[in-house]
Write a protein that binds this ligand. Structure first.
Ligand SMILES: NC(=O)c1ccc[n+]([C@@H]2O[C@H](COP(=O)([O-])OP(=O)(O)OC[C@H]3O[C@@H](n4cnc5c(N)ncnc54)[C@H](O)[C@@H]3O)[C@@H](O)[C@H]2O)c1
Length: 385
């Protein structure tokens, strides 16, 4: 894990979606590792926003560009100006429910946005020379969901029922097509210098997420206002994994690509541990209450006939279809990247609640402490790589 420090130190790293939940944590981590981080996002997606709290401390050295991935010229100019060695592409319209209301925006952002990044590298010799690696962040929802109990492997068929899932599957296909057609591994170091991979993780939790219709942010918001949390689907289950687990996977993957290991230029799953990862919403609320005793909730009947979702909104404000069962098989990452989850689901939930409690009760941002604790857990559990 600490070897990453050497690899990212002084490297110019371009992070799209840096003002978002995952992007802000990634920028903080990369900054700790000594990278020169350039962020590119179209806006600050929520109020409050995690990135805004990090701007004056952990992320004070991050160069922040407000730009749209659909603005080809600005995107290309920004890339050419900073000549990154690696791009982590996280900018996306990431919400399933929103994608039902705004399918065109979702497809444009998630598919054409990815295309614009890849095309910028393809057509520009300066970028072709400097960008050694691209990690495109997609999702576990990119698989054709068979509603079965087994975990999906990287070579399972892609699909996607709702616009968000399908757009991420399409982003995967665009990436694989560019890798085959223009960044073919057989021509690596001959006609091009860029290794491209995709990373598929599921829903993650952690402090600093204020997106709509996500259970823990919804609970934190309600408790902080002294309101009762309304739970419509108490028996819904979903996996629970801390955001740092997936970011650890992206960084490990980026590291391999940066050092020219072309066998890593493919798709990778980073899922939660099996044991106990699928627990119900009501159980989660009870765990939160143990830690934040002013938590009160009421269960309201769900009439949507859709009460066993495993992903996306858990507050139950949605009526559209979402996958019921969705599990990732992360054997490839565990075996080849030596990636593992560092925290149990109990620790992930506890760290997340602690973060929000600190924020709402003390106005303290726990991001640095969480990063340190995560790195320590990695060291004590698995030793240095
Ligand atoms: N949060 C999760 O649980 C989760 C799970 C699986 C996959 N993902 C993926 O991880 C990535 C980050 O998700 P998140 O939860 O941090 O989302 P978020 O909504 O918090 O952040 C999205 C970011 O993308 C930027 N963005 C959106 N449209 C853009 C555009 N057209 N041009 C430039 N920037 C744009 C926003 O400004 C923001 O910085 C996404 O690709 C998402 O699909 C997230």
């Amino acid at each position: 894990m600490y070897n990453q420090k050497q690899i990212y130190r002084e490297k110019t790293v371009f992070v799209t979606g840096h003002t978002g939940f995952k992007g802000s944590w990634l920028c903080a981590w990369l900054s700790l590792l000594g990278a020169k981080v350039i962020g590119y996002s179209k806006d600050i997606p929520t109020t409050p926003a995690h990135f805004e709290f990090l701007k004056d401390n952990l992320c004070s050295n991050v160069t922040s560009i407000i730009g749209d991935v659909l603005d080809r010229e600005k995107l290309r100019n920004s890339l050419v100006q900073f000549r990154p060695e690696i791009i982590f592409h996280l900018a996306a319209q990431p919400l399933v429910q929103y994608s039902y209301q705004n399918p065109v925006e979702t497809y444009e952002t998630n598919v054409v946005g990815t295309l614009n990044i890849l095309e910028a590298i393809r057509v520009n010799q300066t970028l072709n020379d400097c960008v050694k690696a691209i990690v495109n962040v997609t999702t576990d929802k990119c698989y054709e969901n068979r509603e079965w109990v087994w975990g999906y492997r990287e070579n399972d068929p892609l699909g996607g029922y709702d616009p968000y899932s399908a757009s991420k599957a399409a982003s995967e296909i665009v990436t694989a097509s560019f890798r085959n057609s223009f960044f073919n591994l057989n021509n690596y170091k001959k006609t091009h210098n860029t290794l491209i991979a995709t990373a598929r993780a599921g829903n993650v939790i952690g402090g600093g997420d204020w997106a709509k219709d996500r259970l823990i942010p919804d609970i934190a918001r309600a408790v902080s206002r002294g309101e009762k949390v309304i739970i419509r689907n108490p028996m819904s289950t979903r996996p629970w994994q801390h955001v740092l687990e997936s970011l650890n996977g992206y960084l490990l993957l980026g590291e391999k690509l940066l050092i020219g290991k072309s066998e890593f230029a493919s798709a990778w799953n980073f899922g939660p541990n099996d044991n106990g990862a699928m627990i119900t919403v009501e159980e989660i609320v009870k765990i939160v209450k143990q830690q934040w005793d002013s938590t009160e909730y009421i269960v309201e009947k769900d009439n949507s006939n859709n009460s066993n979702r495993s992903s996306g909104s858990m507050s139950g404000n949605d009526i559209a279809h979402e996958a019921m069962l969705l599990k990732l098989d992360s054997s490839k990452a565990i075996t080849s990247l030596k990636w593992k989850n560092n925290w149990s689901y109990e620790q992930a939930i506890s760290k997340t609640i602690e973060w929000y409690k600190n924020f709402y009760l003390e106005r303290k941002i726990n991001t640095f402490d969480d990063l340190q604790a995560f790195l320590m857990a990695s060291l004590t559990k698995y030793g240095d790589k």
